[in-house]
Design a protein around this ligand. Structure first.
Ligand code: TPP
Length: 241
């Protein structure tokens, strides 16, 4: 997708510890809300969306959302995994940075995904990735999901405490399968703003996170590793996780 139609979410994950909320308050963060929601993720039975680093979900209270890489998979600027993503074993891959000439992101740093929510944009992108001609009947996402043969491959509930810290959002998430993770997020509108946003969320993530070496896994990575190990392996092999 050359010109983004949705916002670009730039995010750094960090490990939550017993002192995280106190540290947030010390930094001036304000609790913005505590919510609980169910996420349902969808893909073809052979995982073609996620293998192309596309993450389609229905989130209770928020609706449908498609997270897409900033540049098309296999495109000239695609380093073979999500922009800025690092491997779960903590090794830094040969990270082609978003701004050419910039140093590689250190392990455990950031991801940047375009988030599509408009049904027209979501369905168009799904058809592009799956190389299927769009059907005029697919105006609403559930109908398109069924027509494209997408199936739920992950479902879990998250309890989230959200803080506002300046222009950033900090989410403290606890998934119902027993995994807690923190996320520092900001949204930008243009790819050129991504590098500065990455620096900012990385800096705050380092201030908040329990000191660890290696990257912090997201909820989905842990879910797949536990409950869909084959899918997880395929994603790791293709450098999508
Ligand atoms: N985490 C890292 C470090 N690199 C990646 N490439 C991915 C995850 C792949 N990925 C991108 S979006 C997504 C996944 C698994 C779905 C869940 O997104 P996440 O940001 O974990 O959840 P949210 O904060 O939206 O609940």
């Amino acid at each position: 997708v050359a010109e983004p139609t949705g916002s670009i979410e730039v995010e750094a994950k960090f490990m939550v510890g017993p002192g995280t909320e106190a540290r947030l308050v010390m930094l001036g963060a304000v609790l913005a809300g505590a919510v609980s929601f169910q996420d349902r993720y969808y893909d073809t039975p052979d995982g073609r969306l996620t293998l192309a680093d596309h993450w389609l979900r229905h989130r209770e209270g928020a609706g449908w959302e498609l997270k897409c890489p900033l540049w098309p998979v296999g495109g000239a600027r695609d380093p073979g995994y999500g922009p800025g993503a690092t491997s779960q074993d903590g090794s830094t891959r040969d990270a082609t940075s978003l701004n050419s000439g910039a140093p590689a992101q250190p392990p455990g740093s950031t991801t940047a995904y375009q988030e599509l929510t408009s049904p027209v944009a979501v369905v168009a992108q799904l058809c592009t990735i799956l190389a299927v001609a769009p059907d005029p009947g697919w105006a609403c996402i559930p109908v398109a999901v069924a027509g494209l043969g997408l199936e739920e491959f992950a479902a879990f509930r998250t309890q989230r405490r959200s803080y506002r810290l300046g222009g950033l959002r900090v989410d403290l998430d606890e998934a119902d399968f027993g995994y807690a993770v923190g996320e520092v997020e900001t949204a930008v509108t243009h790819p050129s703003e991504v590098p500065a946003a990455q620096e900012e969320v990385t800096r705050v993530g380092r201030e908040l996170g329990v000191e660890v070496t290696g990257s912090v896994m997201g909820k989905m990575s842990v879910y797949l590793q536990r409950y869909r190990p084959q899918h997880y392996e395929e994603l790791v092999q293709s450098r999508r996780l």
